[in-house]
Design a protein around this ligand. Structure first.
Ligand code: FAD
Length: 444
């Protein structure tokens, strides 16, 4: 079977078998029970944003492309109340308290400036000044983002992910191809014509021997995400449709023929198995991000206002992070951007290109695909932010995670949306690896 992958995963010191076993036995079952919890189930997203790159009115009219709205009352009050604004205020409050008590101050340039500026303010700080500082803090935080966050914008809404599973929608053709092509084209760095030319064919092919590790990693990450999305549509395929147009139900299940068409060497000029391997690559990237952020993630509240469930989630997170930390062969993020001054610029360009990918997601012509596309790019962006965050490194070096938890740690921070996207995006990759095992079984 072509999907019977063997050997080590390119650019990682880990083999496919090890990941299969680790994921299918340890991670997949844990994520299955975690991601149905209220905290992870409601995702705030803007599906109404215009495409910033081209005009496209070819919206998918297939009924499976639609996103089912959730009822307002289904969303726990704690999630609705604990918006970004309040979280930012909490971090502001902490910084002031730390200033007053001398407690918890940790060296980090942005934060020191912020704190010393705060020293000039008395307790009757005006709302205007308060807002300005929040803007500073927001700008400072956004510097490290690999993704454009749109959950604050007008038009953003909560979506119940359980009501809208990622599966076959029928979205295809020029619109879908244009998105994939634009995403792969983001991998052309510094006017390298040789590379750009390779992308000028529709098929985004890249001779990976010709390019540096960073560019290779970029391609593998995108290709892995592409594989994961396509595996999902094959594993939850519409096998038979209800005749009644108003009936959203149909028979859904794995379509082995479709999987073969998309990934077998015969139908993909030999590329399919490499694309499947790239799924393992992006999985290891996100796994490493979770391991690196584990001390931070353990201190999160996962607040929904439903006390019993919040406690359960915290325990489940703690358990899963321990399992993730026990995994030995993670992706080594330090191998990227390690060659001096040039790599600072490279890292900056990299960030911009990933931000562009998150903008491209607004151009997806099928709402359901857009929802999952946005979530998965935000999850990936969050993983990269964790891996390359100076603030997280500083916080870890300063030992802040071993100190008692203070309301909000101002140095490194993830929003609720980022955390929900990170875990759900990783859940998608974990699910794809699990589904591959099913396809292998049938194909054998
Ligand atoms: P495509 O998947 O469109 O691929 C285009 C070309 O890219 C292929 O011909 C091949 O040369 C190359 N390619 C394919 N896979 C890889 C890979 N892994 N790595 C590198 N190169 C590759 N459809 C759904 O049914 N449900 C969804 O939820 C869904 N979500 C989507 C989300 C996004 C963001 C996008 C852009 C599309 C989504 N689609 C979804 C559409 C789906 O991904 C395909 O585009 C569509 O099914 C058409 O498939 P295709 O065979 O023409 O090849």
């Amino acid at each position: 079977c072509f999907c019977e992958l063997e050997g080590s995963i390119n650019d990682c010191s880990c083999d496919v078998d090890t990941v299969d076993h680790f994921n299918n036995m340890k991670i997949y079952p844990r994520l299955q029970s975690l991601l149905v919890k209220n905290f992870f189930r409601f995702y705030k997203v803007n599906l109404r944003q215009d495409c910033p790159f081209w005009h496209d009115d070819s919206r998918c009219s297939i009924r499976f492309c639609q996103v089912e709205n959730c009822e307002e009352k289904a969303i726990p009050q704690g999630i609705k109340d604990k918006g970004e604004h309040k979280e930012k205020s909490a971090s502001f409050k902490y910084t002031r308290e730390a200033q007053e008590t001398g407690d918890g101050a940790v060296g980090c340039s942005g934060v020191e400036d912020f704190e010393s500026a705060l020293g000039f303010l008395d307790t009757s700080i005006s709302d205007q000044a308060h807002k300005e500082f929040e803007l500073w803090a927001k700008h400072d935080e956004a510097e490290e983002d690999f993704c454009i966050l749109d959950d604050h914008e007008e038009g953003s809404q909560y979506v119940d992910l359980l009501l809208n599973p990622e599966r076959y929608t029928g979205y295809r053709g020029d619109s879908a191809h244009r998105i994939w092509k634009s995403i792969y084209l983001e991998n052309c760095f510094g006017g390298n014509n040789a590379t750009a030319n390779k992308f000028s064919n529709y098929v985004p092919h890249l001779d990976l021997r010709d390019v540096c590790l960073e560019q290779r990693a970029f391609y593998r990450i995108i290709s892995g995400l592409h594989s994961s999305i396509n595996i999902h549509l094959c594993s939850k395929y519409l096998l038979s449709e209800s005749k009644d147009f108003l009936d959203p139900q149909g028979v859904w299940g794995p379509n082995v023929k479709e999987f073969k068409r998309r990934f077998s060497p015969e139908t993909t000029s030999g590329e399919g198995p490499h694309w499947l391997r790239n799924l393992y690559f992006i999985y290891l990237v996100e796994l490493r991000a979770l391991a690196k952020a584990a001390p931070y993630l353990r201190r999160e509240e996962y607040y929904t206002g439903i006390a019993e469930e919040d406690d359960e989630v915290k325990l489940a997170i703690n358990d899963m992070l321990s399992v993730i930390e026990s995994f030995q062969s993670h992706f080594d993020e330090n191998a990227l951007f390690s060659s001096g001054i040039a790599s600072i610029k490279f890292k900056h360009d990299y960030k911009e290109k990933f931000r562009n990918i998150s903008r491209i997601m607004s151009c997806v012509g099928c709402d359901k695909c857009k929802l999952w596309g946005k979530l998965q790019t935000q999850g990936l962006g969050t993983a990269l932010k964790i891996l390359y965050s100076e603030k997280l490194n500083l916080a870890t070096e300063s030992g802040i995670w071993d100190k008692p938890h203070i309301e909000a740690d101002p140095i490194f921070r993830l929003s609720r949306s980022e955390i929900v996207a990170l875990f759900n995006a990783f859940g998608r990759l974990s699910n794809s690896i699990y589904e591959m095992e099913n396809f292998r079984r049938v194909l054998r």
